[in-house]
Design a protein around this ligand. Structure first.
Ligand code: FES
Length: 66
């Protein structure tokens, strides 16, 4: 799904940038180009960053049983 209409940046691209180490809105905007024009996507970008930075339940279970 496209998150940033101005720059045609998808949620998958945002997720990939977080996996590669981006941990702030500034980092993600610099890496993807999102959020640099009208700014309408900034709120959703922040939500996506928080979602992808949060610990994943599956990973917690994997670590607990390893
Ligand atoms: S929708 Fe992202 S900058 Fe406009």
């Amino acid at each position: 799904m496209i998150v940033c209409q101005c720059r045609r940046v998808s949620d998958r691209k945002v997720a990939a940038s977080v996996r590669k180490g981006c941990s702030s809105l500034r980092d993600v905007c610099a890496a993807t180009g999102a959020g640099r024009e009208c700014g309408c996507c900034v709120r959703r970008l922040k939500e996506l960053i928080e979602e992808h930075l949060a610990p994943q339940p599956e990973r917690q279970i994997a670590h607990a049983t390893a």
